[in-house]
Structure formats: C-alpha cells, structure tokens
Design a protein around this ligand. Structure first.
Ligand SMILES: Cc1cc2nc3c(=O)[nH]c(=O)nc-3n(C[C@H](O)[C@H](O)[C@H](O)COP(=O)(O)OP(=O)(O)OC[C@H]3O[C@@H](n4cnc5c(N)ncnc54)[C@H](O)[C@@H]3O)c2cc1C
Length: 230
C-alpha cells in the first residue's frame, strides 16, 4: 500500500468538505479528500439540484423563461463587492442558490426540465423528452464524460432526434425519446457515428425506450441519430 503525506484529511466530499478542502488548499496546505460514496455529496445527487429540477417542470414554460431572463439580467459581469458575493464580489455567484453554490446555477434546472433530460451515467442511459418545442428543439446537454447538442425535429410521420458530442465522449446502452401524441405503431432506427446500431425498442405511453444490443461509444464530432417512423 502506498503512503501519502498531507497536512489535512477532509472526510466527505459534500459541499462542506469541498469548501473546507478548497479553502485549506488556497491557504497553502496539502489536503486529501476522502469520499466513500459520491463526490459532491447529498446536494448534487439527492437534494438541492434534483429537487429544483422537479419543481413544476412541465407546464410553466413561460413563467420559467421569465425567471431565467430575470436571473440572467442580474449576472452581467459587474463585480458586486457590496453583496459579499465571494472574493472581490464574484458576479457569477448566484446568491439565491446559496453562497458559493456556483454550480447550482438558478437556470440550470430549468434547462434540464425544458429538454426533459433523462440521464444515468453508470447505466449508460441518456434520453430527452423535451417540454420546450418538442417539434423543433435544440439544446445543450452535459453527460458524465462529455457534452454536446441535442436536436429534435418532428414531421408528419417521423421524428428524428440527434445527440451530438462536441467534447469528450458518450457511452450509451439505452436511449429514451418521446413520441408525439397520436403516433401509431412505429419503426425505430438508430445510427451511431454513421453506423446502424442493433436495438430493441419498447413503448410505454409516449415514452420509447431503446436498448442497444451492446455498448455504443461516440466521441467528438460524432452523433447518435434516433429515427422514429410511423
Ligand atoms: C430535498 C433537499 C433539498 C435541499 N435543497 C437545498 C437547496 O436548495 N439549497 C441549499 O443550500 N441546500 C439544500 N439542501 C441541503 C444540502 O443538501 C445540505 O445542506 C448539504 O448537502 C450538506 O452538505 P455536507 O457536505 O454537510 O453533507 P453531505 O452533502 O451529506 O456530504 C457528506 C459527504 O460525506 C460522505 N461521507 C460520510 N461519511 C463518510 C466516511 N466515513 N468516509 C468518507 N466519506 C463519508 C458522504 O458520502 C457524503 O458525500 C437540501 C437538502 C435536501 C434533503
């Protein structure tokens, strides 16, 4: 077993541990963080962020967009030392999300709700059930190992959903999309990096779950295309 020497051991990488470790390291100490479950703690995985993402996501698009516009208009890059908003008055520390909760940006959960992101990195599950413009949708997503754009177009007898990767990679075993109301029995075709993928699809209500016969990995510049025809 190798030995590590350090000044401080922080047990737990939740918000408290992260901030404590960061401050100690800023102060010049060598810090080791020990986490036995999920780095980022309760807040990111079970508490603050998921709970906000569930707040009335479906039917309040106009109100949600107004909140985003209002919040964004306050974050214009000006320093705000009078608000005790971090060192020097960090203009992007969104105080309504909790001090130093920069990653819990107030509009982030609205993006996720608008695109209807379904994500389980370890299980290789990614899907989109957009609430905002499902017929002509385009939005940014991030996944465990990469990020890119999700684009969906609906036509009279088809729907094409594309997940592209602009950075990193996307490893997928299962995909989820939403069929439009009234679409009949459908054919499902999936291509990844231009190649056809063998899949088994099942439908429950308007949700279409597509299981790939094997893991599919795409990298920067590639895309997964899911085409439903009925
Ligand atoms: C539903 C809900 C909504 C919330 N919403 C908000 C909100 O909107 N804004 C807000 O500011 N707060 C919110 N909170 C509170 C917030 O989640 C907590 O205040 C915050 O997560 C506490 O951080 P922590 O680091 O003290 O603990 P935790 O986040 O619990 O982190 C502790 C970490 O230590 C690890 N650990 C424990 N024992 C060991 C060990 N022996 N060895 C190694 N690692 C160990 C755990 O695995 C965990 O990752 C919410 C809480 C809930 C339940």
């Amino acid at each position: 077993m190798s030995e590590i020497s350090c000044d401080v051991i922080v047990i737990g990488a939740g918000p408290a541990g992260e901030v404590a470790a960061g401050r100690l390291a800023d102060g010049g100490l060598e810090v080791v963080v020990v986490e036995n479950h999920l780095v980022a703690g309760e807040c990111s995985y079970y508490a603050c962020m998921p709970s906000k993402a569930l707040l009335r996501p479906g039917d309040l698009i106009d109100e949600a967009r107004r909140i985003v516009r209002t919040a964004r208009s306050r974050y214009d890059g000006r320093l705000r030392p009078e608000l005790n908003s971090g060192p020097g008055g960090n203009p992007f520390n969104e105080l309504e999300c909790g001090k130093f909760y920069a990653r819990a940006m107030s509009s982030w959960s609205l993006l996720i709700a608008s695109q209807g992101l379904v994500l389980d990195g370890p299980a290789g599950l990614i899907g989109f059930k957009p609430r905002w413009q499902p017929e002509d949708h385009r939005s940014f997503y991030t996944a465990a190992e990469g990020w890119g754009l999700f684009v969906q177009k609906r036509e009279a007898e088809s729907q094409t959903s594309r997940i592209d990767v602009r950075h990193g990679r996307l490893r997928v075993r299962e995909l989820v999309v939403q069929a439009p109301p009234g679409a009949g029995e459908m054919r499902v075709d999936v291509r990844a990096g231009g190649r056809r993928v063998r899949v088994a699809a099942s439908q429950q209500g308007d949700e279409v779950r597509i299981r790939c016969s094997d893991w599919v990995a795409i990298t920067e510049g590639q895309e997964i295309e899911i085409r439903l025809t009925w």
